[in-house]
Write a protein that binds this ligand. Sequence first.
Ligand code: CUA
Length: 304
Amino acid sequence: MNPALQTTTQAVDTAFYVIFGISGVALVGVAVAMVWFVWRYNRKRQPVPLSQKDHNLWLEVVWTVIPTILVMLMFWYGWEGYLSLRRIPDNALHIKATGRMWSWLFTYDNGRTADKLFVPVGQPVKVELHAEDVLHAFYVPAFRVKRDMVPGMTNWVWFVAEKPGSYDLFCAEYCGVGHSAMVTTVEALPAAEFQAWLTASSATAGDPAARGAELAQQLGCLGCHSVDGSRRVGPSLKGVFGAKREVSRNGQKTSLIADAAYLARAIREPAAEIADGYPPAMPPYGQLSDTELQALIAWLESLR
Ligand code: CUA
């Protein structure tokens, strides 16, 4: 990393502490002067003004120049901090982040995907931000980065993880019933470990249910559906395969058996039948290949 660049955390923290410090000093100074004047020039103590002076040039210069310097200092640190957030180091690793109702998908240049943002320690990453459906926002408090994700518009942030660890990553824009579930983590791995993770070939080849579980993570199914029977935005997937389901089809209540054909329909065109007691909130996954769909259904079958 270019040593002249500061990290996003340093940039934001410096501006924050400068502004907070100046504000603190001003607060204490104004409050102390006010209390002092109230006490000193109280009418009971000073019934008649001591002086008839109506201005003092030096005093006026001082109280104009000092605040101007303080305000310019705040501006300077804010401006420098902002530029640091928008200047990407040359060696940044490119990762694409996709936000959709209500999950995250991260895509690496070699095609690897994940629902957590894996990054190497010590190397800056540039995260390109895309929204598939509505407004979301990419927010990692540990690295002081927050940026709107707007459908049809590409935004980006950069940051560098200086220590290995797991850091919270939130959606910071209210995006519907599942907004609060739209959380994941940044996983900062030592460089060698990260390379191994990035180049590892899929361990799930040849096992459709395992492939389905991986797809469910990548597609964000688990943002809305639990696999332990608990209720979330959508029904739990535990035991759904082969179960009797109450649904509404074109507004008509009906019951059916959740066989492979029903589950395929529920994934590709979820609006066709709405499970009773749940909002019609699921986006359609029509882009899935037949193999992917079969893998997902094999996985659902394994959850019985
Ligand atoms: Cu996505 Cu809130």
